[in-house]
Design a protein around this ligand. Structure first.
Ligand SMILES: [Zn+2]
Length: 411
């Protein structure tokens, strides 16, 4: 192993913090529109009206139709997938229903659908309740997304799995190797989810400015830091090859760089599957444990490149154990603040990767356990019990064994 240079270390730390700082920040600290919606749930509740009577022309909007109560409840509960399913069954969508479907599709990162619905709702005279994001503002965001979204690359679409749609400009020395790896990413997704692999759009930016505009418009929040370069969320992975200083934040063509993109696919698949199958937000603090989320995303990356895990083990030994960095507690890996903002964040990531690999086992049986974990977790909300029952191993005990082994403590 080549030792990490200072530059590598700095980049590595920045990369890891930045890559994942977006979704939790966006949920827990700077809630975008639909989180704010929840705050207005009570105020808006009086607007709930009777269900629409059910005799009508399919799909035609009716200005006089009553809004669908269950659709509004789904949107207020952040159950975006359920919301669009309900909407698809409404035979006489009221203007309010069209607006709500637009909000839900935008939260599913499907702006094309959202645009159509928001426009139809607006034409029929509804643009949002007080305290809700206005249709105009949402449509402006969508127009920005459409303006900067790179074109679909049909060649990747043809050669790869249809579960990944690629948007990118002409290949660059950085994006070329990533684009080449897309079929392998899809193969990893199939190993985990089989025919249930959620469809994800990969959006690659060669330039920083359109990336920042896209991020703010698509997610409703700006890129959190000058060096944040990618994220994975429901139905989408976004990456930019440059930081705000126009420097390449990860080296072109390196296995670690390609693995980091696949890591974001891991996040995107987890979030999409949970929403699609169970109507749950993976980033909801009640459901998400950082070690499990990050560890599963790294496990996905390791299925394409097993040395991805070996690097993490070597880094812990060389950069942490040898330099007397103390191991974190298991509790540290369970809290958002403790994981991402306190102590040695690198160690938190690397240990999570090794812990999940211990729990799931090798590539033979491990991948298929992931959807089973998600299914059971969505039903029970109990992480420890879920992981124990699916893997037969206790996460805390495995964590303690792992840290003892790495830190070679006589405990
Ligand atoms: Zn991550």
């Amino acid at each position: 192993m080549i030792p990490l240079s200072d530059l590598d270390r700095r980049l590595f730390r920045a990369a890891h913090h930045r890559i994942d700082s977006a979704p939790p920040t966006y949920r827990s600290r700077r809630p975008p529109a639909p989180c704010r919606l929840l705050r207005f749930r009570v105020a808006a509740g009086f607007l709930l009206l009777a269900l629409a009577p059910g005799s009508a022309i399919d799909g035609e909007p009716f200005p006089e139709a009553a809004p669908d109560r269950s659709l509004k409840a789904a949107v207020e509960g952040s159950r975006w997938g359920e919301a669009v399913r309900i909407f698809s069954t409404i035979r006489k969508p009221a203007p309010e229903d069209l607006y709500l479907a637009g909000v839900a599709h935008l939260r599913l990162h499907q702006p094309e659908r959202a645009r159509e619905e928001l426009l139809r709702g607006k034409e029929l005279g509804f643009s949002g309740w007080d305290g809700w994001p206005g249709a105009e503002a949402l449509l402006r965001r969508i127009a920005t997304v459409e303006e900067v979204l790179p074109p679909v690359r049909p060649e990747e679409g043809r050669s790869a799995d249809s579960a990944i749609a690629v948007h990118a400009g002409p290949p660059t020395p950085w994006s070329g190797p990533v684009l080449q790896a897309v079929p392998e990413f899809a193969a990893v997704g199939r190993r985990i989810f089989g025919t249930d692999l959620p469809r994800v759009r990969l959006v690659l930016f060669a330039e920083r400015q359109p990336y920042e505009r896209f991020h703010a418009a698509m997610f409703g929040v700006p890129v959190p830091t000058a060096w944040h370069d990618g994220t994975g969320n429901i139905n989408i992975v976004v990456f930019c090859e440059k930081d705000r200083q126009e420097k390449q934040s990860r080296r072109a063509g390196e296995p670690e760089t390609i693995g980091n993109v696949l890591h974001e696919f891991g996040h995107a698949w987890l979030a999409s599957y949970l929403m699609d199958r169970h109507g749950k937000e993976w980033l909801d603090p009640a459901l998400r444990r950082p070690w499990l989320d990050e560890g599963l995303a790294d496990y996905a990356a390791s299925l394409r490149e097993p040395t991805y895990l070996e690097r993490r083990k070597a880094w812990i030994e060389r950069e942490k154990v040898a330099k007397a960095v103390a191991p974190p507690s298991y509790q540290t890996l369970n809290g958002y603040r403790e994981f991402y903002e306190e102590g040695d964040v690198d160690t938190h990531y690397w240990l999570s990767a090794l812990l999940v690999a211990e729990l799931l086992g090798d590539a033979k049986g491990g991948p298929a356990l992931i959807p089973r974990i998600l299914d059971q977790l969505a039903r029970s909300g109990d992480h420890e019990a879920t992981v124990r029952s699916i893997t037969g191993k206790d996460p805390q005990k495995e964590f303690e064994r792992l840290t003892r082994r790495l830190w070679k403590s006589p405990r």
